[in-house]
Write a protein that binds this ligand. Structure first.
Ligand code: DSN
Length: 424
């Protein structure tokens, strides 16, 4: 960053500090990762200088010789990797991708059906505070109170009762595999188009560690920066028959010019995800999450659904006498970064929920395995014990967290993370 340091030392300093933070902390935010140096290079490329509204061969600006090649290459790689007939790689992220699908395939006032945010779904699957909940008539499904798993019979009953135009499956916080074939059968039986939002799962899907939504569903959306380990962005993949409507909805329906530097980085990430090593990575993500869940259970935490089949572990922090927010903030002070999260049927509000959500894509990228997962569970338990004990004075708490942060740092120094320029 020699040039940046000279031009803008203030921003250079912030970026260096973030680089050190990403090195020195155990990052368990389920939607984050470490991209490769190659992906970072493409993100920081001259493609950021170019406008290219439209699609390859059909642009509203000249000078598209390289951009057209790049976008066509990225689309081809996406179709090959996911087994899709058509891909649109222009969405700025997952939320615009979902909104573009709704714009393409439903009219305002139509019924859409998705998993409730409070039960692990996503805002854009029809939550009242999202545009998806404002423009459409929404039916939400959730998990069963007895085991916190999706109840496909109930989803089927709701689909028959409400006959939605779109049935959306996918989640931000559900630690079990999705049965895409069952969702497709339910939706198609009532004339719905079935949309799978695999933002959290796309890396697992292409790595063979989670069943694929293809060929079952009609449309697939994903972000590109979670388990897929690409730049921040979004994609829509679909059957050929929906391609024109989807493309029109992305541009000109919802967006202007695509972010071509992101397209470049996504093309690189898709190539990386097609390598045999990515399958090992995807498997390790799930293995690590399962070891982490089991170890936390041994430490007395209630783990939602009793375990995991993907990259997510959802904990009820109140089972150890703290709220999710208290635990997440204490963990951050101890060098372990996650987010507080509502658990299904949570009596607490979203800003002070009962749970925390943990995920293993980032730690798996830096090569952590089972031993490190057990060590992390033990640190999380120590932090919860200190935070839950009202008799521990604030200063003593701070010292305990700092001690753990030091141990975390020593572990991180042994596992350089991809893409970072600082490794301790
Ligand atoms: N914010 C993302 C996540 O953390 O799951 C979803 O949009």
């Amino acid at each position: 960053m020699a040039g940046l340091r000279q031009v803008d030392p203030e921003v250079a300093h912030i970026l260096s500090a973030e680089n050190r933070r990403q090195h020195a902390k155990v990052r368990l935010i389920a939607s984050e990762n470490y991209v490769s140096h190659a992906v970072l290079e493409a993100t920081a490329s001259v493609m950021t200088n170019k406008y290219s509204e439209g699609y390859p061969g059909r642009r509203y600006y000249e000078g598209q010789q390289q951009v057209d090649r790049l976008e066509a290459l990225c689309v081809r790689r996406a179709c090959e990797l996911f087994g899709a007939e058509h891909a649109n790689v222009q969405p700025y992220s997952g939320s615009p991708a979902n909104l573009a699908v709704y714009l393409a395939l439903a009219k305002p006032g139509d019924t859409i059906m998705g998993q409730a945010l409070a039960h692990g779904g996503h805002l854009t699957h029809g939550d009242p505070v999202s545009m998806s909940g404002v423009l459409y008539r929404v039916v939400q499904y959730g998990v069963r109170p007895e085991d916190y798993r999706l109840d496909y019979d109930e989803i089927e009953r709701l689909a028959h009762q409400h006959r939605p135009r779109l049935l959306i499956c996918g989640h931000s916080s559900y630690p079990r595999q999705l049965d895409f074939a069952r969702f497709a059968a339910i939706g198609h039986a009532v004339g719905a188009l079935v949309v799978a939002d695999i933002a959290h799962l796309s890396g697992l899907v292409v790595g063979g560690a989670h069943p694929s939504p293809f060929p079952h569903v009609d449309v697939v959306t994903t972000t590109t920066h979670k388990s897929l380990r690409g730049p921040r962005g979004g994609m829509i993949m679909c059957r050929r028959e929906w391609a024109e409507a989807i493309d029109k909805a992305v541009f000109p329906g919802l967006q202007g010019g695509p972010h071509n530097h992101t397209t470049a980085a996504l093309a690189v990430a898709l190539r990386e995800a097609a390598q045999p090593a990515f399958r090992d990575y995807a498997r390790r993500i799930v293995d690590n999450a399962q070891v982490l869940a089991a170890a936390l259970q041994e430490q007395g935490f209630r783990v939602i659904t009793g375990g995991t089949e993907n990259h997510l572990v959802v904990l009820d922090a109140t089972s150890r006498g703290v709220t999710g927010r208290q635990l997440a903030k204490a963990l951050d002070a101890a060098g372990i970064v996650c987010n507080f999260n509502r658990i299904p049927f949570d009596p607490q509000p979203a800003m002070h929920p009962s749970g925390v959500r943990l995920g293993t894509p980032a730690v798996s990228s830096r090569g952590f395995g089972a031993d490190q997962m057990r060590q992390i569970a033990s640190w999380i338990s120590r932090v919860a014990r200190v935070r839950a004990d009202a008799a521990v004075p604030l200063e003593q708490r701070r010292v305990a967290y700092a001690e753990i942060a030091h141990e975390v740092r020593q572990l991180c120094d042994r596992f350089p993370a991809p893409g970072l320029t600082y490794h301790g």
